[in-house]
Design a protein around this ligand. Structure first.
Ligand code: CTP
Ligand code: C5P
Length: 314
């Protein structure tokens, strides 16, 4: 249908509250249908009116969407109902949404107008992940035994390939290494990765396995399993590569293998390794370690607290 157009602009919109890799995957598919992707994100007031208050405020939500690597532009405060006037205003050819129905407070399909005009395309929702599902997992945290496998998402190598850039560092690139849990990937992580990336050209993120994260976080952490955390981090535009199941301590082998120029950690405390040692002992010893402030005090635990508090209010 767009065979004659040489530049296709695509529109997506939504709440993008607690952004997860399901959202990222829909934006990836949308971008593949054209050349330029504009994402409209609703205000807190608009979301509150139609489906109740969001967990993250609009500034946080705008920032999270802007950092997804398939997004070219974010329109702040986009209307809840998608009109032809909005598509025309931003020069978009059509609107893309997942294959679920979105309703307004009074039961109208929010995409009725663009559907009738033939300016609507559908992409497949990612099965096994949603905000509701994540909230459910957080509420289960109150149980005090570690249970693995509460995720219903089925990770495949194909999904990892679709999310990955697959680009090795260019000759002369300065390689930065950071490691962590990156559970429920949030604005604090995002600000941290943005700052870390500024110290080099190629950013590698090491993700610890679920049992390792559970050892130092306790309770039922992590909320997202390793495969899910891999996709969330890969969707971030500052990230070049991910180590799937990185050793807790940054070893000489790892630094040599990836030719790491600098290892960075944020201002949050790093728990000691099994034997009580500092996980950054080696990079510190060779003068390749730096603490970088994200300037953001968001943590996974704070999100969980917000959810549990919100839940009690309803
Ligand atoms: N989306 C998706 N796969 C998911 C979750 C969301 O493809 N597992 C898509 C939606 O279909 C929509 C876009 O992400 O096109 C953003 O919509 P938003 O209103 O933020 O998402 P919700 O459908 O409310 O997502 P969730 O239930 O996770 O909050
Ligand atoms: O806690 P987690 O292992 O997910 O943190 C990953 C990295 O992000 C760590 O270096 C941590 O210090 C950093 N971070 C940050 N600011 C936040 C949250 C995390 O700098 N608000």
């Amino acid at each position: 249908p767009n065979g004659h157009k040489d530049f296709v602009k695509v529109w997506c919109d939504g709440c993008y509250d607690m952004v997860h890799f399901g959202h990222a995957n829909s934006l990836r598919q949308a971008k593949a249908l054209g050349d330029y992707l504009i994402v409209g994100v609703h205000t807190d007031a608009e979301i509150t009116k139609h489906k109740g208050p969001p967990v993250f405020n609009e500034q946080e939500r705008y920032k999270m969407v802007r950092a997804i690597k398939w997004v070219d532009e974010v329109v702040e405060g986009a209307p809840y109902v998608t009109s032809l006037a909005t598509l025309d205003k931003y020069g978009c050819d059509f609107c893309v949404h997942g294959d679920d129905i979105t309703m307004t407070a009074d039961g109208q399909d929010t995409y009725k107008e663009v559907k009738e005009a033939g300016r609507y395309r559908e992409v497949q929702r990612t099965a096994g992940i949603s905000t509701t599902d994540l909230v459910g997992r957080m509420l289960l945290l109150t149980r005090n035994h570690f249970r693995q496998g509460c995720s219903r998402f089925l990770p495949t190598t194909q999904k990892i390939m679709q999310f990955s850039d697959g680009k090795p560092p260019e000759p002369g690139d300065r390689v930065i290494y950071v490691a962590g849990a990156f559970d429920l990937f949030h604005v604090g992580h995002l600000d941290f990765l943005e700052k870390a990336r500024q110290h080099g050209d190629y950013l590698i993120v090491g993700l610890h396995t679920d049992p390792v994260v559970n050892r130092y976080k306790g309770s039922n952490y992590p909320i997202m399993n390793l495969h899910e955390r891999v996709l969330s981090v890969l969707a971030c535009k500052y990230v070049s590569e991910v180590v799937i199941g990185a050793p807790y301590s940054v070893t000489k082998d790892l630094v040599d293998h990836f030719e790491v120029a600098l290892v960075i950690h944020g201002e949050t405390p790093a728990a000691p390794d099994d034997d009580g040692s500092d996980p950054y002992e080696y990079p510190k010893k060779i003068g390749k370690f730096k603490t970088v402030s994200s300037g953001n005090d968001m943590t996974t635990e704070k999100i969980v607290d917000r959810i549990i508090k919100n839940h009690k209010e309803f």
